[in-house]
Design a protein around this ligand. Structure first.
Ligand SMILES: Cc1cc2nc3c(=O)[nH]c(=O)nc-3n(C[C@H](O)[C@H](O)[C@H](O)COP(=O)(O)OP(=O)(O)OC[C@H]3O[C@@H](n4cnc5c(N)ncnc54)[C@H](O)[C@@H]3O)c2cc1C
Length: 502
C-alpha cells in the first residue's frame, strides 16, 4: 500500500511541488498534513528517505506518546500542553497502535519532587489533557503492584497515565495515510545537495542506493526534515546538538512489571523509565552528547549499559538483573536545538524549531508525540497555511487518520509480545507485499520488532522467514545470503549490548 518503489530516474521526470527530505515521524507528518490541506489538493508531493523509513531517531525513542512530566519541572508548559492534546487525539484515532498505559512515579524519602510537590504538577498535567487520572499510591499499595521494588526509604508513588506506541509503526501508519491521500514516498534515496534554481525552485542531487544512480530532481519547495542531520542541508550555521539516548530490553519474566515506572537514578537523580513493551521489560534512557557519525547506526555504549544496570540493581536488588538478562539494546540521537548556554544535556529543551534559509524550510527537534503540530508550523513557513488556518487546525474535529487501513494480527500493538507462529509469518507476507521492503532488516527491525525482542535477533527462525521473503520478494539464494549476513551483522554490531559488565 506504500506503492511500488520508484527509481531515481523515474522520480526525476516529474516537476514536484514539494519534496520532503527525511522519512522519520517529522517528514511523514509534514507529508500527511501537506496532502490533507484543501489548498494543496492536486499538488505533487514526494518524501525521500536516505535509508529505510523510521531508520533514524523515530525507531529508537522511548516509545511514549506523552506530555513528559519532567518538562513540567523545566517550566515547558506549552510543550506539555501540546503533547497531551496530541496524545488524546492519537489515543482516540489509532487505539490499535497508541495505547493508554499506567505509570508510577516512585517517591523515596528526601527525594524531590515528593508527594506534595507532585500533586499540583499532576493536577495540571491531567487538566491539560482534559482527564483526571492521577492518584497517590501508599507504600503498601505500591509494593503490592511492584513487589520487586526495593523498599528502603520508599514513601509510595504517584499513579498517572500516558501512552505507549511502536514508534516505527507510527511512522509507517502516517506514511500509509499520506500515500492514500495522494503523496509519494521513496526509501533508500539520499539527497546529497540542494541548490536554488535561477528560475525559482530547487535542484536536488539525489543518489539511489539500489540502482547506484545519481540524478537531479526538481521541486518548487523543499522541506529539510532530516532530524539530527538537519545542519547538513539547512545552509545555515550549526544549530542541532545531537544527544544520544540508549535503552536495554530485558526478558519480561526476569522483571515482570505491568506499570511503567519513573525512577530517579541513584547516581545523578535523572528520571529513567522501566516499562513493559512488546512482551519485554525496557529500561532507558540515557542522555549524552553524541559525537559519532550521524549517518551510521548508533550504538549503546558500555558506559550506558553500566549506568542502566546500576539503576536496575539498585531498585530491584532481589531480581539480580545482570548483563546476561539483556536481550538487546538500541540507541538513538535526539535532534535537540542547542541553547548555546552549555546546558547539561538533560536540561536542554525538547521543543522543535523551524527556520528558513534561501527558501529551504528546515525543521528539527521536538517529539514523536507532536508531529501533527510540528507539520503545521512547517506548512506555515512554506506559506501554505496562514495563522488563522493554523489556529483552526489545533482543535479540528476532522480526523487525522480517515482511511481504514487494516493491518494484520496486532501489528505494532505496543502491549503484545511478538511470537513466532503461523500468524507472524502471515503478517510478514503482508508486510513484504505492501510496505516497500528493501532489506531484511527493514522487516525485522522496523516493520516488526522481531529482531529487537528475540535473542540474537531471532536468528533461529531465519529459515522460515527466508521462505516468505523468497516467495514474495523474488530473492534468489545469493540475495538471501546477502540479506541474512547484512541483518546478522547489524544485530551483532548495533543491537547487542557490549558484553563487559556483570
Ligand atoms: C532516546 C530517545 C527517546 C525519545 N523518546 C521519546 C518519546 O518517548 N516520546 C516522544 O514523543 N519523543 C521521544 N523522542 C524524540 C523523538 O524520537 C524525535 O523527536 C523524533 O523521532 C525525531 O523525528 P525526526 O523525523 O525529526 O528525525 P528522524 O527520525 O531521525 O528522521 C530523520 C530522517 O532523515 C533521514 N535523512 C537524513 N539525511 C538525509 C538525506 N540527506 N537524504 C534523505 N534522508 C535523510 C534519516 O535517515 C532519518 O530517517 C526520543 C528521542 C530519543 C533519542
Amino acid at each position: 500500500m506504500l506503492g511500488t518503489r520508484m527509481d531515481a530516474t523515474t522520480l526525476a521526470q516529474t516537476e514536484w511541488d514539494l519534496v520532503v527530505v527525511g522519512g522519520g515521524i517529522t517528514g511523514a507528518g509534514v507529508l500527511l498534513e501537506a496532502m490533507r490541506r484543501p489548498q494543496t489538493r492536486g499538488k505533487k508531493i514526494l518524501l525521500l528517505e536516505q535509508k529505510d523509513f523510521a531508520w533514524g531517531t523515530s525507531s529508537r525513542s522511548s516509545k511514549m506518546v506523552h506530555g513528559g512530566i519532567r518538562y513540567m519541572a523545566q517550566g515547558d508548559f506549552r510543550l506539555v500542553r501540546e503533547s497531551l492534546h496530541e496524545r488524546e487525539r492519537l489515543l482516540r484515532e489509532i487505539p490499535d497502535l497508541v495505547q493508554r498505559q499506567a505509570y508510577l512515579f516512585i517517591v523515596r524519602g528526601r527525594q524531590f519532587p515528593n508527594r506534595w510537590a507532585m500533586a499540583p504538577i499532576m493536577w495540571l498535567y491531567d487538566a491539560f489533557a482534559g482527564i483526571r487520572d492521577h492518584q497517590w499510591l501508599s507504600k503498601a499499595r505500591l509494593t503490592q503492584s511492584v513487589p520487586q521494588l526495593d523498599v528502603t526509604h520508599l514513601k509510595g508513588a504517584m499513579y498517572y497515565t500516558d501512552a505507549l506506541v511502536d514508534d516505527a509503526r507510527l511512522v509507517l501508519r502516517v506514511l500509509h495515510e499520506a500515500v492514500l491521500e495522494g503523496g509519494q514516498v521513496c526509501n533508500y534515496m539520499q539527497v546529497n545537495h540542494l541548490s536554488a534554481h535561477h528560475t525559482g525552485g530547487f535542484d536536488l542531487s539525489v543518489s539511489d542506493a539500489l540502482s547506484q544512480t545519481e540524478v537531479t530532481i526538481h521541486a518548487k519547495s523543499v522541506v529539510n526534515a532530516t532530524g539530527a542531520l538537519a545542519d547538513a542541508l539547512s545552509g545555515t550555521e550549526k544549530r542541532v546538538r545531537p544527544l544520544r539516548g540508549s535503552h536495554l530490553l530485558i526478558e519480561h519474566h526476569r522483571l515482570p512489571i505491568e506499570h511503567s515506572l519513573t525512577i530517579l537514578h541513584p547516581r545523578d537523580k535523572r528520571p529513567v523509565f522501566v516499562y513493559p513493551w512488546m512482551g519485554m521489560t525496557c529500561v532507558g534512557t540515557t542522555d549524552l552528547d553524541h559525537t559519532g557519525d550521524l549517518r551510521q547506526e548508533v550504538d549503546c555504549t558500555e558506559e550506558e549499559v553500566h549506568y542502566l544496570l546500576e539503576l536496575m540493581q539498585h531498585e530491584f536488588p532481589a531480581a539480580h538483573i545482570t548483563q546476561a538478562d539483556i536481550v538487546s539494546s538500541f540507541a538513538g540521537v535526539r535532534p535537540i536545538i542547542a541553547s548555546d548556554k552549555g546546558r547539561n544535556p538533560s536540561q536542554e529543551r525538547r521543543s522543535h524549531s523551524v527556520w528558513t534559509h534561501q527558501g529551504v524550510v528546515t525543521v528539527s527537534g521536538g517529539k514523536l508525540t507532536t508531529f501533527r503540530l510540528i507539520a503545521h508550523d512547517v506548512l506555515r513557513a512554506l506559506g501554505w497555511i496562514d495563522e488563522h488556518q493554523q489556529r483552526a487546525l489545533w482543535d479540528t474535529q476532522e480526523r487525522l487518520f480517515r482511511h481504514n487501513v487494516v493491518f494484520p494480527n496486532d501489528l505494532g500493538n505496543p502491549k503484545k509480545a511478538i511470537e513466532f507462529n503461523p500468524a507472524f509469518l502471515q503478517t510478514l507476507a503482508w508486510i513484504v507485499q505492501h510496505e516497500m521492503v528493501v532489506h531484511l532488516d527493514d522487516v525485522l527491525l522496523r516493520r516488526t520488532r522481531f529482531g529487537n525482542t528475540q535473542s540474537n535477533g531471532g536468528c533461529e527462525y531465519l529459515p522460515q522467514i527466508r521462505t516468505v521473503c523468497q516467495k514474495y520478494l523474488a530473492w534468489d539464494d545469493a540475495r538471501w545470503q546477502f540479506e541474512q549476513d547484512r541483518y546478522l551483522n547489524i544485530i551483532q554490531t548495533h543491537y547487542s549490548p557490549p558484553k563487559t559488565y556483570t
